[in-house]
Design a protein around this ligand. Structure first.
Ligand code: S3P
Length: 179
């Protein structure tokens, strides 16, 4: 199974930590879309938001999606907003990617994001309410964009195990863990 595996979900749902671990376990290449954008632009995500606004960031994100979608056999951690845009979902699916939605309950996300200092959308005074509002708007879109929903409130190790099982990634690949 060499199609790309794309992790989507809300900020704090574990896309990066699960993705890194999954890549190590399967021996595949890992790309974090935000890191890719930062490398390409030489700017932090927060700097991009500050200089060009969210619109500017979304445009760079769109370009990044198209670049990475053409790579094969990849584990890709998308950004929390990536699959909210149907053209991004189409681009990721066009190259045979499978989109996994890491589903984490609102309360858990609110706890995980309580002290976040780097995500521009969360640097607001009424953070918990903003998280709840975004969550309500976004969950149906993650569900619509994905091929599989993965319950993901547990630690990354357990989430990875669940993904391996659901995608029927063979035992042999599993045994490569830590190699
Ligand atoms: C965003 C999530 C962030 C990053 C940017 C916008 C969003 O990624 O792409 O700050 O709209 O939810 P993470 O989900 O990795 O934090």
């Amino acid at each position: 199974m060499r199609e790309n595996i794309i992790l989507c979900g809300f900020m704090g749902s574990g896309k990066t930590s699960v993705g890194k671990r999954l890549a190590k376990t399967t021996g595949r290449q890992f790309i974090d879309l935000d890191d890719f954008i930062e490398e390409q632009t030489g700017k932090r995500v927060a700097e991009i938001f500050a200089a060009y606004g969210e619109e500017g960031f979304r445009q760079l994100e769109r370009e990044a999606v198209r670049s990475v979608a053409s790579v094969r056999g990849l584990i890709l951690a998308s950004g929390g907003g990536t699959v909210l845009f149907p053209d991004n979902v189409k681009a990721l699916h066009r190259t045979g990617g499978k989109i996994l939605f890491l589903n984490v309950p609102l309360r858990v996300l609110q706890m995980r994001l309580k002290n976040d200092k780097k995500r521009p959308l969360l640097q607001v005074p009424n953070r918990q309410r903003v998280i709840a509002e975004l969550y309500k708007k976004r969950i149906p879109l993650y569900r619509a964009a994905c091929d599989i929903v993965i319950p993901a409130a547990s630690p990354p190790k357990k989430v990875v195990r669940r993904i391996m099982k659901d995608l029927r990634i063979p035992e042999k690949a599993k045994n490569q863990e830590g190699v």
